[in-house]
Design a protein around this ligand. Structure first.
Ligand SMILES: [Zn+2]
Length: 286
């Protein structure tokens, strides 16, 4: 007796009852998950208010501000576990912009950037536009962007006034690495990782010549393509270093620099080799 027989012999009324019961179960699970999610978000929002001070540029719906704060708090909690230095800190000033136009006008950031983190005399600053020009949805972008920029803030907390001593490839490689780390079931993260690898592969001649990554510093007038290659390459190189020496070692390089050590020397102190050699090894292995 097959499945078809069973169906044929079961009355329509019975089937209807089973169908309704299943619907109730599915809806119940859905409601349970979403009410759990909103409770989690509420508690994230509450603790976010103790770390972040928000300034708005333009008209921004409260819901968008809350989403941003939840994203920042989530990023914050991921970082806090790895970076004890981050636990006692002054409030982080978050400037949220209505759109890219407002962001570019008031943040002073480069045209290609989708968010900015700074350490100024006034303290830690984050500048984030709510709407983006690129193809990703704004909420997807926000998840990526908050994690990336919060990683920069954590780096400032470790190195403090020595932040200028950290080369761009290290700072951006770390921020991109933290952003996508471990998120294997998140399609946006997987796409981001793949596209970074693709940029490096497509522009391999550029990446592999003249120590491009080691000497490049993204600036206000950098082209978007150049920046993509630089970020992708920095991520790939940083990932190589994290696999070779552990994430904790790489953070220890920052700690050494924070104590006043020169970056090249700090790299040698922790890893036992200089970073030019590590770079050559990475090029070889890619
Ligand atoms: Zn960055």
């Amino acid at each position: 007796m097959g499945k078809t027989d069973w169906l044929r012999r079961t009355s329509k009324a019975k089937l209807a009852v089973i169908f309704v019961a299943m619907l109730v179960i599915v809806l119940g699970i859905g409601l349970g998950v979403s009410s759990h999610q909103s409770a989690v978000n509420n508690s994230l929002l509450k603790s976010a208010e103790t770390h972040f001070v928000v300034t708005q540029h333009g008209i921004i719906p409260q819901e968008k501000i809350d989403q941003t704060l939840v994203g920042l708090e989530r990023a914050w909690q991921q970082i806090r576990d790895q970076v004890p230095e981050a636990q006692s800190h002054s409030a982080i000033h978050v400037y949220i912009y209505e759109n890219m136009g407002e962001y570019k006008k008031y943040s002073g950031a480069a045209l290609w950037s989708g968010g900015t983190a700074r350490l100024t005399i006034a303290g830690y600053e984050l500048h984030l536009p709510i709407e983006q020009d690129n193809t990703q949805s704004d909420s997807e972008w926000m998840t990526l962007s908050t994690m990336h920029e919060m990683t920069h803030i954590a780096m400032y907390m470790i190195v403090d006034s020595q932040s200028e001593a950290i080369p761009s490839w290290f700072a951006e490689g770390l921020a991109e690495y933290e952003m996508v780390k471990g998120k294997w079931f998140d399609i946006n993260m997987v796409m981001r990782r793949d596209s970074m690898r693709y940029f490096v592969w497509r522009n391999w001649d550029n990446v592999s010549s003249n120590q491009f990554l080691l000497s490049y510093v993204p600036s206000y007038s950098s082209s978007a393509t150049e920046v993509d290659v630089f970020y992708g390459g920095s991520y790939e190189f940083f990932r190589f270093l994290a696999n070779k020496y552990s994430e904790e070692s790489l953070l220890n390089i920052l700690r050494d620099v924070g104590r006043g050590e020169d970056f090249s020397q700090a790299f040698i102190n922790i890893t036992g080799e200089d970073y030019e050699q590590a770079y050559a090894d990475w090029l070889e292995s890619f």
